[in-house]
Every structure is written in structure tokens, then in C-alpha cells.
Design a protein around this ligand. Structure first.
Ligand SMILES: [Zn+2]
Length: 314
């Protein structure tokens, strides 16, 4: 029963960057509680993550970065990787399971066990660069999944929609020169991490296959819907993706403490519907959505719930 899967593992809670850090295990606790309380969880097919194999992680990340993470992973306490990113004793396993959760989700979709999957994972991924951790992210799960779709399953064209409020710099850099991956990002601008100007549109053979839509602080459901309909839909319909990935951050919500946009739960449901329409027209409905940011616990949990309900309604 059901056409939507959920990737979750309690070991995602073992990545702990310290009391007071906004990217906390409580984010996933809030999401899972909400999905159970609303009855959504009972409608989802559970998909067990595995630890991603290094051969897939190194499609995106440098082997020397992987070796550094392994040699620095602490047995206790914390090791700093970036000004706002650190590893606790459970972090590396969580990161491997988060990347592997995306791979297991792709497997489930490609075997037709489900049409869509939401990955409730930590740490998030879209800021992670080829050679370094950044902005709470260790491995770029969505980018790794895009390459896995292409190399393991032989699909050619992959669309990545990144509606996290922060620009997905790591994802953009992974595919900047690659016309087989269309990267579309909406983000508050100017804001962290500073990239994502409209003029950043890909390079070489990849020119025009990166679409950045910087948004002014305060814009909300109506403006996002217009951008998705007027900018994403025509580009995606021309590109004809065979697989659709969502870097699903929920920090553009009006309650989010780390940004200043005005999206609501209904806005996220509407954006989901627009992306699902693209997937239905071109990609046999295939959507993998992976959690990125979202730091107001209640707004995050209810937004994820509406996002998944919207996938279930497709
Ligand atoms: Zn974010």
C-alpha cells in the first residue's frame, strides 16, 4: 500500500553538534512525532538506509576529504570541521547513513516499490563541497544520489530543485559544467552562503543548466508559486528530466529563526504539487526529496507533514 516511502534511522540522532546548535537532533524528533500524530507515518512505506559505499560518495567528494573525515572522527567529544560544522562520535556513521539513505531511496523508486521518497536525514547536505564540510553539511546526499541515478540506473537527465532558503553552493559546484543535471535553486539573497546570483547559470557545456532565483527577504507563498510556475516549469518541461530530486529545506518558512522569508505550510504543499506535476509529465512520477534545513521545530514538522501529504496525494 502507499506510493510514498520514508527513510529514517534513529542513528541520525547521534550526530550532535552541541547544545544550542540549531541543526539539532530535536529537528528529526519533531518531524517523526508530527508524522505519527497526524497519521501520515502509517501511510508511508519504511525504507531502511544503508551506509553509502565510498565509490558513490567519491563521485562527488574527493577521496582525500573522505580520508580526513575518517581520521578525524572523534571517539568522544567534538571535532570542528568548519566555523559552524563539527563531528561528534556518531556523526560519521550518521553522514554515511544519510547519503546511503538517498541511495536506498533511489533503489526503492527504481524498483517501483514506491514512486516518491522523503528522506528524514541528518546531517543535511547541499552546502558540502567536493573537498570540505560547510554549513552543517558533511556529504552532499542529493548530488550523490543524482550521480547514482545516472551511473547505477543509466538515466540521463536529472532535475534538482533546491528550495532551501540558503543557496545550494555544493550542488551547484558539482554540476556547474554538466548539462545532464538541471539545478534550480530559490534562496534568500543576499544571505548565507553568499553565492547564487542570477548570473550564475552554469559554465561551458553546462551553461543554462544552472538556474538561480535569488529572492528578496519577506517574499512568501504567492511569490514562490509564481517563480516555480514561471521559471522552473518551462525550464523543466524543456529539459524533460527522467528523475527529480528535491533539496527540501524548510527554512524559508515565515517562523524560521535563521532566515527572513514568508513561506507557510500551504506554500510548501503547493510547491510540492508543482514539482510533482513535472515528475509526472516527464519522470514517471519519480521524486526523491531529502531534508536539508529548517530550524523552527513546529514549523519544520508541520511543513514536512504537508510536503509528504502532498506527495501522497499525487
Ligand atoms: Zn538552509
Amino acid at each position: 500500500m502507499g506510493n510514498t516511502g520514508l527513510v529514517y534511522d534513529p542513528r541520525y540522532l547521534d550526530h550532535d553538534m552541541g547544545a544550542g546548535h540549531p541543526e539539532s537532533p530535536n529537528r528529526l524528533r519533531a518531524i517523526i512525532q508530527q508524522l505519527e500524530r497526524s497519521g501520515t507515518a502509517a501511510r508511508l512505506v519504511r525504507i531502511e538506509p544503508r551506509e553509502a559505499e565510498d565509490e558513490w560518495i567519491t563521485q562527488i567528494h574527493e577521496p582525500s576529504y573522505l580520508a580526513m573525515l575518517k581520521s578525524h572522527a572523534p571517539v568522544s567529544g567534538r571535532v570542528s570541521l568548519d566555523s559552524d560544522t563539527s563531528m561528534s562520535s556518531g556523526s560519521l556513521t550518521a553522514a554515511y547513513l544519510a547519503a546511503g539513505g538517498a541511495l536506498a531511496a533511489v533503489d526503492a523508486i527504481m524498483s517501483k516499490a514506491v514512486e516518491h521518497v522523503f528522506c528524514a536525514v541528518r546531517p543535511p547536505g547541499h552546502h558540502a563541497e567536493a573537498g570540505h564540510a560547510m554549513g552543517f553539511c558533511l556529504f552532499n546526499h542529493v548530488a550523490i544520489a543524482a550521480r547514482y541515478v545516472q551511473k547505477r540506473y543509466g538515466l540521463n537527465r536529472v532535475l534538482i530543485v533546491d528550495w532551501d532558503v540558503h543557496h545550494g553552493n555544493g550542488t551547484q559546484h558539482s554540476f556547474e559544467e554538466d548539462p545532464s543535471v538541471l539545478f534550480f535553486s530559490t534562496h534568500q539573497f543576499p544571505h548565507y552562503p553568499g553565492s547564487g546570483r542570477a548570473m550564475e547559470r552554469g559554465r561551458g557545456a553546462g551553461e543554462w543548466f544552472t538556474i538561480n532565483v535569488p529572492m528578496e527577504a519577506g517574499q512568501g507563498d504567492e511569490e514562490y508559486r509564481a517563480v516555480f510556475q514561471q521559471s522552473l516549469v518551462p525550464a523543466a518541461d524543456a529539459f524533460k528530466p527522467e528523475f527529480v530530486l528535491i533539496s527540501a529545506g524548510f527554512d524559508a518558512h515565515k517562523e524560521d529563526p535563521l532566515a527572513s522569508m514568508g513561506l507557510t505550510e500551504e506554500g510548501y504543499a503547493d510547491l510540492t504539487g508543482i514539482v510533482a506535476g513535472i515528475a509526472r509529465r516527464h519522470a514517471s512520477g519519480r521524486i526523491l526529496s531529502s531534508l536539508e534545513g529548517g530550524y523552527h521545530l513546529t514549523a519544520l514538522a508541520t511543513s514536512v507533514d504537508r510536503h509528504i501529504q502532498s506527495l501522497l496525494a499525487v
